[in-house]
Design a protein around this ligand. Sequence first.
Ligand code: NDP
Length: 342
Amino acid sequence: MAANPPVVVTGASGLIAKYTIAEFLRRGFAVRGTLRSMDKADEVRRALAKLGCDPEKVSFIVADLSGDGGWDEAVAGSEIVVHTASPFPIAQPNDPEEVIRPAVDGTLRVLRAATRGAVGRVVLTSSTVAIFYPSDVPKGHVYSEADVTDETRRDLTPYIKSKTIAEKAAWDFIESEPGAPALVVINPSFVQGPALDGDLSTSHELYRVMARGVYPAVPRISFPVADVRDVAAAHVKGALTPEAEGNRYLIGEGQMSLYGLGRIVARELPDLASKVPKFELPDFAVRALATVDKRMRTVLPELGEQKAYSNENAKKGLGLDLRPADEAATAAIRSLRELKLI
Ligand code: NDP
């Protein structure tokens, strides 16, 4: 084993990955990132420089979730692998397998390579969507890491299924495979916080769509929010805290409605006030629309619902101090304006 083995971060071009890599570099680790194309290496280096880090401390290896090539090389000699890569489309595909297969098969590829390479710990980026949709919960239920989405529910999007099945496959693998690494799972909610460049994460894309005036009205849906800086800190603490092994950590602070996000855009950028949603659609109207517009069906399980949840595990177990939803959303909007993207 090398004296200072690099931490491996898969999907190095992603928003969460860039912040996570920067956090490891600040702590003195070298990082090896995987990319599905080397074309994005310079973009990642620029983002790291913007975050005040030395981009020379990162190396890259090409590996795609859909193929076996590169994964053994990527994890070789490493003790910690952070697996963030997963398809995260803004529009759901017609064939759910387009999202589910790379997410699940890719997670297993990373875990198998980590087992062959005697990696000590894998930190997996799952999502609160793998928590928030069990088959049966009482009204007023407070969601936590004890909850697991039932992927057989018929009202789930391909993305929700992909994250749920991938996380379950990871836990099953760890339990059944001799010599498998320890697993820590981070379950972030809707990620906000500062964008770094024009390669926008799906969660930032939403603002660009909103700023075009595409949504005069929005359904009554809310979601917990996490700041990407806290999500990155969660991954690093998940990697380095001995007691984190075998745990999931729900990351989120506060709630935000789609309409509320638009109000923050209008507050921060008054020139866009006329573009953001003017009102919330009544639930009955959304249900009626969903009978003719397939895209609307994906919001039906959320209509009018605010999910109560606990983030105590992350705060106590990982010692995280989470930024509130308004601060995270405001930082996202200001960064997008600075980048001239909205
Ligand atoms: P990004 O879209 O910025 O990052 C996704 C990353 O996955 C990119 O690096 C992308 O590579 C990579 N990827 C996608 N498909 C493949 C593939 N077939 N092979 C290899 N790499 C692939 O989004 P985030 O940073 O937000 O997402 C990172 C992780 O966080 C994902 O697992 C996502 O599900 C999870 N997450 C995100 C939340 C959010 O609100 N943003 C909330 C909860 C969880 P490329 O650049 O080449 O496309």
